[in-house]
Design a binder for this molecule. Structure first.
Ligand code: ATP
Length: 448
């Protein structure tokens, strides 16, 4: 974990948010390489779940919504984590995390039950002080809308993207009238005032979700649940390329499930911090649409085209977190191996994820004829693969290779004296470190 955090900072993937002002806990900024990696992951997701599926459509809803959304959804009442306070210095902690750190599971227990466990096991705060009783802490960020700071003006930053989809269900049915089953997909920021953000980007206060609400006939939920579970594995293992043996299904027992779910399978991943939730697949029944129907007093019924009786569809939700997916990618592919007797760090990113496909450099940067030729090759490749090629003439060639390996560049293109004679270049492969001569005229096609 330390290695990954250090890589991200050193090479410009991910920085602590507001770092110049000593940071803001639970927030992270994406640097030049990180932003490219994140875009690729999000684009691959959109391509797989939306572009390639005729029955799935995209939406992009506002982050700040009418607060009635969160009253109807149950978030105002129940979207809370168990909080305890150090009775001496008043630092606050997530009670279940303190217990988990001591090997005691507290998921799904009431506040009273967790308090009892804390007393029984004599759990103290990390500073060694006694802890308060457990109480619930609502995780939604509050803000006010408009110029008057009154209770009526209170609104929330969305804690999940899902509600922005449910509130658009009626709009989409009225405008597109899709057949069932159909899906609505959304990518975007979500905000949770986590009591103790930790484990790098794994638990942040601002993060990005990619969610699909899949609307089905109530009697078909089981079949569609299984279908979506299969697609999740295909996406994670074939499209992203994560190792299947690090991916596990966890059938969430009833008392641990979110308030709206009748069945949930968490997809867990073997992270450096242990086996933890990467994403979830939840059967949300008609909970959300019924709530909207009740509170907004508008029909959420779907009228089948065959004239049969209208009904409120049920919903199955694959919910991905971008940060947790990227943490899985970094931890699966960042490795240390040995080349020619010396240790190297290498990020073996599958090519579809690599922020940079190739670097181009002159073997020696003080030879104008090499630099000129290399610049021609760079311009040509940049035309063929805009944004996927980097120029690098820093340090010596060994250093350039080490840097390219560490940021996951699959190919290094080097222009040397033979290139001037033969119009070819050396292409070094990141994974095997083997070098190949390739004709400049064939280079773009080969790299693509
Ligand atoms: P956890 O139990 O780990 O807090 P959760 O079960 O509350 O997560 P969901 O509400 O199911 O999470 O959210 C869906 C997905 O959003 C999660 O699987 C995860 O990928 C992502 N996610 C949730 N909370 C965070 C967070 N604080 N930081 C980063 N990603 C998150």
């Amino acid at each position: 974990m330390e290695d990954i955090i250090s890589l991200c900072k050193r090479r410009g993937f991910i920085f602590q948010g507001s770092a110049v002002y000593d940071g803001l806990a639970g927030t992270w900024d994406w640097g030049p390489l990180g932003v490219e990696l994140k875009r690729r992951v999000m684009d691959l997701w959109w391509n797989f779940w939306v572009d390639k599926r005729p029955e799935v459509y995209g939406v992009d809803a506002a982050i700040i919504m009418n607060p009635k959304v969160w009253q109807a959804s149950g978030h105002v009442a129940t979207f809370a984590d168990p909080l305890v306070e150090d009775t001496v210095n008043h630092r606050r902690y997530r009670a279940d995390h303190l217990l988990k750190d001591k090997g005691i599971e507290a998921e799904g227990l009431t506040n009273e039950e967790i308090t009892k466990l804390i007393r029984e096991h004599d759990i103290k705060s990390p500073d060694g002080n006694p802890l308060s009783d457990v109480r619930s802490f609502n995780m939604m960020f509050k803000t006010t809308v408009g110029p008057v700071d009154t209770a009526e003006a209170v609104a929330y930053l969305r804690p999940e993207t899902a509600q922005g989809i449910f509130t658009n269900y009626r709009n989409v049915v009225d405008t597109l009238y899709p057949n069932l089953p159909f899906g609505l997909a959304q990518q975007g920021k979500a905000f949770r005032n986590e009591i103790s953000p930790r484990d790098f980007i794994f638990r942040s206060r601002e993060f990005e979700q990619m969610e699909i609400e899949y609307f089905v006939r109530p009697e078909e939920w089981d079949k569609e649940f299984t279908m979506l579970l299969g697609l999740i594995h295909e996406f994670l293992e074939q499209v992203i390329g994560l190792p299947a043996d690090k991916i596990h299904e966890y059938e969430v027992p009833e008392n641990d499930r979110a308030h709206y779910s009748k069945r949930t399978i968490d997809i867990e991943f073997d992270y450096p911090i242990g086996r933890e939730e990467l994403m979830g697949l939840a059967y949300r029944t008609d909970f959300d649409l019924q709530n909207i129907q009740r509170v907004a007093k508008k029909s959420m019924e779907y009228r089948p085209k065959d004239g049969s009786a209208p009904f409120v569809p049920h919903v199955i939700e694959p919910s991905f977190g971008v940060e947790r997916l990227i943490m899985a990618i970094l931890s699966a592919f960042y490795q240390t191996d040995e080349v020619g007797g010396s240790k190297r760090n290498v990020l073996r990113l599958p090519h579809q994820l690599a922020p940079v496909m190739a670097t181009v450099s002159p073997l020696l940067k003080n030879k104008p004829e090499l630099v000129k030729k290399a610049q021609e090759v760079y311009a040509m490749l940049n035309d063929a693969m805009p944004g996927r090629v980097n120029w690098d003439d820093s340090g010596n060639i060994g250093k350039r290779y080490r840097k390219a390996d560490e940021i996951g560049v699959p190919h290094c293109v080097v222009i040397d004296f033979d290139s001037l004679e033969n119009d070819d270049v050396t292409v070094r492969d990141r994974d095997t470190t083997e070098q190949q001569r390739v004709k400049i005229s064939e280079l773009a096609e080969k790299l693509k």
